[in-house]
Write a protein of this length. Structure first.
Length: 118
């Protein structure tokens, strides 16, 4: 006769899985806390950026009134929420628009020209 010893495989597996679940739940909770913190920081940064953009646009508008929109360095227009670029594919012209209140109409310019490079 042989003695057969039964191993508690099901119970051990369930306990091991439970331990893994508890460990993963704890790790997930830490990530959720971190994500919530990052979300708050992102929201604060977005609000601060909106204020900075509004201030930038005010200064840009004042500058455009003094020098004319055609004389604004192109690199500075990328930060203005009042500036836009329209590409006309028919004749490959680039139309630069800076349209805050009381500033002149759109100005056509060669964006890839050498006129602003020093």
């Amino acid at each position: 006769m042989t003695n057969i010893i039964e191993f508690p495989a099901v119970e051990k597996t369930a306990a091991a899985l439970l331990a893994r679940l508890e460990s993963q739940a704890e790790a997930l909770e830490e990530k959720y806390v971190m994500l919530e913190d990052l979300h708050g920081k992102l929201h604060d940064a977005e609000q601060e950026t909106e204020c900075m953009e509004a201030s930038y646009d005010e200064v840009m508008s004042a500058y455009a009134k003094k020098v004319g929109s055609a004389n604004i360095p192109k690199v500075l227009l990328q930060y203005s929420t009042n500036a836009s670029i329209t590409v006309t594919t028919g004749d490959l012209q680039y139309v630069l628009s800076f349209n805050p209140e009381n500033v002149e109409e759109p100005h056509q310019t060669d964006l890839f020209g050498d006129d602003d490079e020093d």
